[in-house]
Design a protein around this ligand. Structure first.
Ligand code: MRU
Length: 324
């Protein structure tokens, strides 16, 4: 995997040889983004079991890395169910089937992102800016991206698309990752600090907001990177559509609403320090929730690989999820 903590300064690949190393890479955000950590965890399960690890222990270690993105638990469950269904088979067969399944999850994720892109591209206005928050691109998935996949598909379809990328404090996924990805694609991108979003939304040249998601409750409430909620409120205030692009595996239909989504709290040093340099007085109190929940009333539509869900989400999301 690419070490995302070192982008954009250098492109360094990390090789994980044990499932513990995979878990550590997820925890420290060497790899991040909901679908990407799902794929990594699936590979971690295959790696752990193939090297003789206990299935429960391997799955628990990987599940304890980050709490918010449901794709992590979805992928671990899928691998665990397969392993259990093979429990009376020879070790060699279990090993081969788990590796095969992890690679299938990766391949399927890329295909899913292509479908999300195709379903979302018609919603992107021609000749205007798309504002995005955090990184929901190729780096956050197995490839192509969810929100950035929609932007890519719109550009590929011939639309004139430009992007405002929120820098996304404190971890700077927008500045370090989204800007890096889009620059490589030649999609015109303007990097802004998070507190500039309202200024640009009010100016009138933002055609829509497009973000990814870490977990979506049954009523359409969306957990995504901290700061997403503020952008959604500002979008509604300025009559700009707010779209969420996510695979069906990001839905958590067991949760009635967003208040039930566990929100990861990360280290204070991510807020007090920027690349190791202190930007706050020592000993100051700090809060660092990594995600927030955008209530469904701010969400214009949710773009999935199976189609576009519109309110009321309690009807549209289960209906999409049930489609073959
Ligand atoms: O903390 P991160 O970088 O893992 O958070 C990522 C996000 O919030 C993304 O927007 C989300 O996972 C969707 S990625 C396709």
């Amino acid at each position: 995997m690419i070490d995302q903590t070192r982008l954009p300064r250098e492109v360094v690949f990390v090789t994980c040889r044990t499932y513990e190393q995979v878990a550590e890479a997820i925890r420290t955000m060497v790899i991040r983004g909901a679908p990407a950590i799902g794929v990594a965890a699936a590979m971690g399960v295959a790696l752990g079991v193939a090297s003789g690890g206990d299935l429960d222990r391997v799955c628990d270690t990987l599940a304890r890395t980050r709490p918010t993105a449901v794709n992590l638990f979805w992928a671990i469950d899928r691998m665990k169910r397969l392993a259990l269904s093979l429990s009376n088979r020879p070790a060699e067969e279990i090993r081969a089937r788990l590796i095969e399944e992890a690679l299938r999850i990766r391949e399927q994720d890329i295909a899913i992102n292509r479908s999300i892109g195709a379903n979302g591209a018609p919603l992107v206005p021609d000749g205007k800016h798309v504002l995005t928050h955090c990184n929901a691109g190729a780096l956050a998935t197995a490839g192509y991206g969810t929100a950035l996949g929609v932007i890519r598909a719109a550009a590929e379809s011939g639309k004139k698309v430009a992007v405002y990328a929120d820098e996304t404090r404190p971890f700077l996924q927008g500045a370090r990752l989204t800007a890096w990805e889009l620059a490589q694609d030649g999609i015109p991108t303007t990097l802004i600090t998070d507190n500039m979003a309202g200024y640009f939304l009010r100016k009138g040249d933002v055609g829509c907001v497009l973000v990814g998601a870490d977990r979506i409750a049954r009523n359409g409430d969306v957990a995504n990177k901290i700061g997403t909620y503020s952008v959604a409120v500002l979008a509604k205030e300025n009559s700009v559509p707010f779209y969420v692009a996510a695979p069906i595996s990001t839905l958590d239909l067991t949760l009635a609403g967003g208040d039930e989504i566990p929100i990861e709290q990360r280290a204070a040093s991510e807020v007090t320090h920027v690349f190791g340099v202190a930007v706050a007085p020592e000993g100051i109190g700090v809060a660092n929730p990594a995600f927030d929940v955008t209530p469904h009333r701010y969400v214009t539509a949710i773009i999935t690989e199976k189609g576009v869900a519109r309110p009321p989400y309690t009807d549209s999301l289960p209906r999409l999820a049930a489609l073959e």
